[in-house]
Design a protein around this ligand. Structure first.
Ligand code: HPA
Ligand code: ZN
Length: 336
């Protein structure tokens, strides 16, 4: 498939952070508006990091510049434009409130402003998005419960899931500490997605399944180091939202050909391709499909299968999923 054909393939994105969707131009404007003139002149430092910790610090510095409702509304709208440009028909977008200091204690305002942007985008024919509200790995049990309580009290239709992201190698083992918050989410019927098997090994994926009741794993790639775990992910059909470029850029694997995406797929694990933080990494979702196909020598059938998995893994309404799967079948059928 050409990149144009890959773009036309109906697909979902299920692992992408709003924090990682500000282009250099957006950041320059936000910095000028915030009176951070030095930062506006020297954006390059935000695009320089050695590892996940440095990368997360860049996200903090960028999101700290977002101070107004209009800026959030615009970020949500621009997110949908970005997704549409790669042929995405639905996106689950992760939002971690700890990265946004101007909105501390104002989650209602924050989600309402984003919701306005998402609604406006949908009115303009752009794809719908669901918010996965995310904890940071280092947060306490009480902080985790506070976020879950907010979600369950408010039941905002834009919020589709509880998530956790951040740095597991810095935070240590946090599954036991966060378990009761995720259990409350599960008991209330809220979806759960968990970053694991990136800055943690297979044991992080194990805790995500057993302690956090994860329906989906963000990354999850280091599960490949445990054969029994791979077999279990395949048998239980637990989808992994894989981000190959992110894993190479943050030093987990030296290059795409040594990345375990294809090994996991061949073992029967439901894998999808995602961008994680596309503006920070300078990638597009359609480009990621093309790069993975080139690295692993995939044929069209495999690429259609990955798009199908992305739709099956999404926390969207079932009618959105059904329509998208039908459109995918039509686009994958040989011309009459
Ligand atoms: N890992 C953990 N936390 C994150 C990431 C990631 O790749 N991207 C944004 N927050
Ligand atoms: Zn991520």
């Amino acid at each position: 498939m050409t990149e144009d054909e890959l773009r036309a393939l109906p697909k979902a994105e299920v692992h992408v952070h709003l924090e990682g969707c500000f282009e250099p131009d957006d950041v320059a404007e936000l910095a000028r508006t915030a009176g951070e003139r030095r930062l506006a002149r020297d954006l390059a430092s935000l695009w320089e990091w050695d590892d996940l910790a440095g990368f997360l610090h860049s996200l903090d510095r960028i999101c700290a510049l977002v101070r107004t409702r209009d800026q959030l509304e615009r970020a949500a709208y621009r997110f949908c434009e970005r997704e549409a440009a790669s042929g995405v028909v639905y996106a689950d977008v992760t939002l971690n409130p700890t990265h946004w200091p101007a909105w501390r204690g104002r989650l209602d305002d924050m989600v309402d402003a984003l919701d306005r942007g998402f609604r406006e985008a949908e009115r303009d024919g752009l794809p719908p998005a669901g918010l996965c509200l995310s904890l940071l790995r280092g947060q306490t049990a009480a902080e985790a419960q506070e976020l879950v309580d907010w979600i369950l009290d408010r039941r905002h239709p834009r919020v589709v899931a509880l998530s956790v992201d951040g740095n597991e190698s810095a935070a240590g083992r946090t599954g036991p500490r966060l378990a009761s918050a995720f259990e409350a989410a599960r008991a209330a019927g809220l979806h759960r997605t968990v970053h694991a098997g990136e800055s943690s090994g297979p044991e992080g994926v194990r805790d995500a399944l057993d302690l956090l009741h994860a329906e989906r794993i963000d990354h999850g790639v280091r599960a490949v180091e445990d054969e029994g775990l791979v077999a279990e992910l395949a048998a239980r059909r637990v989808p992994l939202g894989v981000c190959p470029h992110s894993n190479v850029a943050l030093g987990l694997y030296p290059n795409r050909s040594s990345h375990p995406l294809d090994a996991l797929r061949r073992a029967g694990v439901p894998v999808s391709i995602n961008t994680d933080d596309p503006a920070l990494f300078g990638v597009t979702l359609a480009g990621e499909y093309a790069a993975a196909a080139a690295a692993h020598g995939w044929d069209d059938g495999i690429l259609v299968g990955l798009a199908r998995t992305s739709l099956e893994a999404a926390f969207c309404d079932d009618d959105v999923r059904k329509d998208a799967l039908r459109a995918l079948d039509r686009s994958a059928a040989p011309p009459a």
